[in-house]
Design a protein around this ligand. Structure first.
Ligand SMILES: [Zn+2]
Length: 416
């Protein structure tokens, strides 16, 4: 079956050299190679009239922004509920962080409990539009399970390449969605290279978000939503954890588009948060120089990216918003994991709550002022990384089945 192209996309533009290409199945800029990340451009004048008159009547999910997404109008969207995740006002966590007002946007509420579902949902539709029946990626974590889940939802085959040391629970999650899993006897980089070679060889669509220009458009919808959900009380800051740079780049782009379309009259400042054990984008931002790849060593595995592909987009978007970047230690992330759960009622994984840790530090360093307001995007649910959760949470009490032992524990707690 033939599908018509997206209606409002005008071209793809290289973020490095500025070359322009027609919409189609391409990845990075042919002139610049892997460094030439392509950005999807739209006809905003046509979008304004369409979107503004219709958006009020549309379902509350991320397809309500379909004019701003690079998808064919002919393909049915997945039936799973993606996006329009809740924004919670969390006063006790705000007090702990030292802010007047703090909100959490809980993206762990997506179908596979990950922000990545926003991108995967676009990935599977692009695969179908370009005539593929199979889609593949290399990942150990959220991108893989998200791709497996969304592929199952639309009936695509998925092939996932994981490094040999990938944890068993994560592999099980891929298998239950029907993905074929290749456990590569080697490192993540080797798994990544093999997935790319296989896509070329066997004609599979490649969902590796660093280089696929369409996936970041899915991530953008979190920014579109914040603008619409918080229109009246737009925060001063939006806080996002940063690994590859696609997420903060996408959210920033979404906010800029909503300003351009007249939904909001200013764009909140972006605070990008990296882990101290993997902070090449933070270093490049602070130094003003090109990115130097780094080793990675942090419990926040979803943002442990030593060679981020989208660093230019991330830095560009943070600067455009007059934002900042900050780096936090694993100890600060574990504390944030515990306190986001205990004071905010939201259980996020380490990368998911790194934003809370970064915001606290930014307040301490007077980057964010105590009378300002912020939204932290919690990108992933904490149950995916039970090991880290255990480290953050402390231990249970194993007791004999009698009241005295309960009383004993309570007494000890009082003394603490
Ligand atoms: Zn280029």
């Amino acid at each position: 079956m033939e599908f018509s192209p997206p209606q409002f996309v005008t071209n793809l533009k290289c973020l490095l050299c500025g070359s322009s290409y027609p919409h189609g199945n391409i990845f990075t800029c042919p002139r610049c190679g892997i460094e030439g990340i392509l950005d999807v451009r739209y006809d905003y004048d046509r979008i304004i009239s369409n979107l503004k008159s219709e958006i009020r009547n549309r379902p509350l999910d991320h397809w309500r922004y379909r004019e701003l997404l690079p998808i064919s109008p002919d393909i049915p969207v997945p039936h799973l509920h993606i996006g329009w995740t809740p924004v919670y006002d969390v006063p006790r966590l705000a007090r702990h962080v030292g802010l007047r007002k703090l909100f959490l946007k809980d993206d762990g509420r997506n179908p596979t409990n990950s922000f990545k579902d926003r991108a995967s949902s676009i990935g599977v539709l692009k695969a179908m539009e370009f005539g593929f029946n199979t889609i593949a990626c290399a990942s150990t974590g959220n991108a893989a399970s998200s791709l497996a889940g969304l592929s199952a939802a639309v009936g695509l085959k998925s092939y996932i390449f994981v490094p040999e040391r990938a944890p068993e629970p994560k592999i099980t999650k891929l298998l239950i969605f029907g993905a074929t899993v290749f456990r590569v006897k080697g490192t993540y980089e080797q798994a990544f290279d093999l997935s790319k070679q296989s896509c070329d060889q066997f004609r599979w669509y490649n969902r590796n978000s660093g280089t696929n220009p369409f996936l970041v458009e899915g991530k953008k919808t979190a920014g579109l939503e914040i603008a619409e959900q918080m229109k009246e009380h737009l925060p001063d800051w939006i806080v996002v954890s940063v690994g590859d740079g696609c997420t903060i780049g996408g959210i920033g782009k979404g906010l800029e588009e909503m300003r351009r379309l007249g939904f909001i009259n200013r764009v909140p400042r972006l605070l990008g948060v990296q882990a101290e054990g993997a902070k090449p984008i933070f270093d490049a931002f602070r130094s003003g120089k090109d990115l130097i790849p780094s080793d990675t060593n942090t419990i926040a595995d979803s943002i442990a990216v030593g060679t981020p592909r989208n660093w230019r987009r991330a830095i560009q978007q943070v600067r455009l918003s007059h934002g900042e970047m900050i780096a936090v230690s694993d100890e600060e992330i574990l504390e944030a994991m515990r306190l986001t759960a205990q004071l905010g009622g939201v259980f996020g994984e380490p990368a998911g709550v790194a934003g809370v840790a970064g915001l606290k530090k930014a307040v301490e360093e007077n980057i964010v002022k105590t009378n300002e307001t912020a939204v932290v995007v919690i990108t992933d649910n904490g149950l995916k990384d039970i090991q880290s959760a255990k480290q953050a949470a402390g231990k249970e009490h194993l007791i004999e089945p009698n009241l005295d032992t309960v009383a004993n524990v309570l007494e000890k707690q009082l003394k603490l």
